[in-house]
Design a protein around this ligand. Structure first.
Ligand code: FES
Length: 77
């Protein structure tokens, strides 16, 4: 089985802006949705906003228990 090393992506998030976090791993615009889930018949993105401008580490492994944020689960294979 192919192993891929995942790591969170640091992004600058703006207060009240609506974001769509990729839940299916197929987006070419990680960690955000690019609509690729439709072609792969996968669940849609997770929409979220933040209450203040901030930098955050968004999950790319899709195993986080606190989506869309990295919770360190990428270290647990
Ligand atoms: S990238 Fe860290 S939990 Fe997914």
């Amino acid at each position: 089985m192919e192993e891929k090393n995942y790591a969170p992506i640091a992004v600058d998030l703006e207060k009240d802006k609506r974001y769509a976090w990729c839940t299916c791993s197929h987006s070419a615009n990680q960690p955000f949705c690019d609509g690729a889930h439709r072609a792969h018949n996968k669940p849609p993105s997770l929409g979220f906003t933040v209450e203040e401008d901030k930098q955050a580490y968004l999950c790319t492994c899709k195993k986080t228990g606190n989506p869309p944020y990295c919770d360190g689960s990428h270290n647990n294979n």
